[in-house]
Ligand binder design. Structure first.
Ligand SMILES: [Zn+2]
Length: 97
């Protein structure tokens, strides 16, 4: 059975460009980190965890495709999963109903 999740659209806090759609699992309101495996679109970002990277260190920063602002930096979570650590205040999130 599928886990429950909420769907968020993440956009640039500087220029408002839509960047990606994210499935957030678990409790908690804030988005401190984005699990790469839970980015569902667009393919540019959704395929990062299955693309040609053998290590999180090779993954580029999460940048706005329009103004190039850096919104998140790649790192490992405590459970060793690939995540973007999000820069608070640099992005908008909108709950999709
Ligand atoms: Zn931007």
């Amino acid at each position: 059975m599928a886990q429950k999740h909420k769907t968020y659209k993440i956009s640039c806090g500087k220029c408002n460009e839509y960047l990606l759609t994210y499935h957030k699992f678990g409790a908690g309101k804030g988005i401190l980190r984005l699990y790469l495996a839970h980015i569902v679109s667009p393919p540019l970002f959704a395929n990062l965890h299955t693309a040609d990277y053998s290590s999180i260190k090779e993954v580029p920063n999460l940048k706005c495709t329009n103004c190039q602002e850096v919104l998140g930096t790649p790192t490992l979570s405590k459970s060793q999963r690939w995540v973007f650590r999000m820069r608070q205040g640099y992005f908008h999130r909108k709950l999709v109903k």
